[in-house]
Structure formats: C-alpha cells, structure tokens
Design a protein around this ligand. Sequence first.
Ligand SMILES: Nc1ncnc2c1ncn2[C@@H]1O[C@H](COP(=O)(O)OP(=O)(O)OP(=O)(O)O)[C@@H](O)[C@H]1O
Ligand SMILES: [Mg+2]
Length: 247
Amino acid sequence: MIEVKNVSFSYNGEEAVKNVSFSMSNEFIAIMGPNGAGKSTLIKLIMGLLKPDSGEIKVFNMPPEKAKDIIGYMPQRETIAKHFPIRVKDIVLMGLNKKFYSRKDIEKAKEALEKVGLEKLWNERFDSLSQGQQQRVLFARALAREPKVIILDEPFNAVDLPSREKMIEILADERKQGKDILIVVHNINPILHEIDKVLLMNRKLIAYGEPREIINNENLKEAYGTDVQIIVCKEGYCHPLVGDTHA
Ligand SMILES: Nc1ncnc2c1ncn2[C@@H]1O[C@H](COP(=O)(O)OP(=O)(O)OP(=O)(O)O)[C@@H](O)[C@H]1O
Ligand SMILES: [Mg+2]
C-alpha cells in the first residue's frame, strides 16, 4: 500500500515533481512519461532516498525511511557502478539488506537468481556480464528479500525479448500473490495486459487510471508534447507508439 499526497520536489530550484497525488494497494502500476518527467525522482521519494519539499508519502502506513525492509528496488541502470569488482552473488545478497548472511539467506539469494534463469552466474564478476544479464541480476536482487512492494525503474532496458517475457511472468505472479508493483517503463505495450493502472506524468500528474481509460491521444499529447501515434486499439486496449529505448 502506497499513498502519495500532494508531493513536490525540486533540485536546485527546478521542480521535478509537482504536487503529485496517487494511491495504490495490491496493484501493478506502470509509470510513464518523457525523459526528465520526474519518474525516477518520484520513485526515489517513495523509496525515501529523497525527501519531499512538501506533501506526504506513506508505505504501508509508514514513512518511507521506515519501510525500506519491505521494498525491493531496482534502480535505473545508469546509476549502477559498472566497473566495480563485485560478484553476482554479492549483488543479489545485497538485496537482503543484512550485515551477515545465514545459510538460509544464501538459499534465498540463489532462489532469486534461479527465478531469473541466471543461477550459473552466481560466482561470476558482475562487470563481466552483458547489460541484459546485469539487469536480470538487479531484478533478482529486488526479489531476494521477498518484499511486499516491488519498485523497478526501467527494468527491461537492454533485456532481450525472452528474458523480458520471463521478467513479466515473474511480476504477474508476484502481483497474484498480492504484492504492490510500481514500474517505470518507456514502452508500455509489453506489459499493457498485466498492469492494473498507468500513471502518466510530466512533472505533474497527467492521468492515473486503467490503461483503457487513460491511454488516449489527449493525455499522451499532454505528457509528450507532440502527437504520440496510437498504433492499434484492440479489445479496448490502445497501444501507444512511445520509445522502446531511452532517447
Ligand atoms: N541529481 C540531480 N540533480 C539535479 N537535477 C536532477 C537530478 N536528478 C534529476 N534531475 C532533474 O530532474 C528532472 C527529472 O529527472 P528524473 O530523472 O526524475 O526524470 P525521469 O522521468 O526519470 O527521466 P528518464 O526517462 O530520462 O529516466 C530532470 O530535469 C533532471 O535533469
Ligand atoms: Mg528515470
């Protein structure tokens, strides 16, 4: 359960998140918006990595800094040190947020890596992996502690199609188990049928609701500034043509 009430945040006087309010409970939500729309900033506020200038955030009725243990987080790839001599197992174990690891913790971490199909890479150096493999290891790290809330910032970047499908399958499964899932994506189409709602933002919140209600030309134009072509509408779902990769 996440509640965001009238939250604003500025970096050096420039407002990145403007008076955003939404709440979610047992849902799978996708955050969409152009580059610089404040998506990662909003996520960092929910994670308690940044403090709102105004407004309030509650995660399971706790302030974000008290909720860290119940959130599994996967940051946007750019923020990960790419040439740090660390092994895959250490990255996944990091997800458990402990100083010392029991045998059970190691089992949990191994299971998470197995979920994403990379158990063979347990002992490998993280920087020797392909970008897509690194993304999947970071996904395993987010799952390792069996969190109540899963927050992922552009998890599918550089991930190949079969691996993406696998990740979506895992998320759909977590969703069924009653987890809260919040995910930032540029291309919503691969997950359109799995998500409950879309949050469309460009610094301010533009629309929040079921995909079939809010994915329309008017809202997309407001968010992206130019006409976003809607490829096809089928069975009530409209698929927008929005960048597959980072611009
Ligand atoms: N650490 C920072 N210091 C100063 N400005 C920042 C910082 N991080 C982000 N910004 C600015 O805040 C705005 C929102 O950035 P943010 O990273 O939240 O956008 P985003 O929606 O995640 O974009 P992208 O799709 O490129 O990941 C941008 O204008 C960005 O330049
Ligand atoms: Mg971002």
